[in-house]
Write a protein that binds this ligand. Sequence first.
Ligand code: PEP
Length: 250
Amino acid sequence: MKKKWLIGNWKMHGNLASNKALVGGILAAVPSLHEQVSIAVCPPFPYLYQLAELTRDTYLGFGAQNVSDHLQGAYTGETSPLMVKELGGSYAIIGHSERRQYQGENDGLMGRKALAAIDAGLIPVICVGETAEERDSGRTHEVLARQLDAAFGYIRTAHDKIILAYEPRWAIGTGIAATPEIVQSEHEFLRQRIAIRDKAFAAKLPIVYGGSVKSSNAASIFSMPDVDGGLIGSAALNAQEFVTIYGELL
Ligand code: PEP
């Protein structure tokens, strides 16, 4: 079996009690992990330390939903990827569409953040995806290529610990996932685009899909050959849903 990833993005949800119940629910339902799968959850920043405690000596990894593009300095309100790493985190979601939409993040910043995450020893989960309007006007590939090229303008394919997430904006939090055919076609496009830089890197780059994945549609999406796992939002807040989605990866 090819290696797979399942990453939960908790967004701005949770509290000490519900986080504990959620992690406990996942670990109780899946006591040990298939060796070819990595699972992680990304809580809001204040709960990273709690996650470090809850996941200690378990297979469950954790990461941040965002990091600074700097490692240290006078950047009030920012969080260094080094701090996430020091707590035991392994991942950083970079360029999530909600940050592009509400925090004004752009392609260049995404590339610098991905590089900072790599420099700190984290695995960046680089998100790319088009809006409904961009898709409807036939600009999906133009947008994906621009976002991808911006990120890879900063990072090198020699950095082999990178995950790419295809997250069409119109599918995030809407309950309407992209069809498995659309997901496959866009993952294929992204892989081909990366192959222009480095064929071997492109072949092994994990590309995960995110956008309204749930237990009822995970199997068909994960069955596509270029899908290496999922980035899960709402459904990651329910242990049973998350664990069932994990089961569809196997
Ligand atoms: C996300 O936030 O990355 C996401 C994919 O959300 P949802 O699964 O809720 O669409």
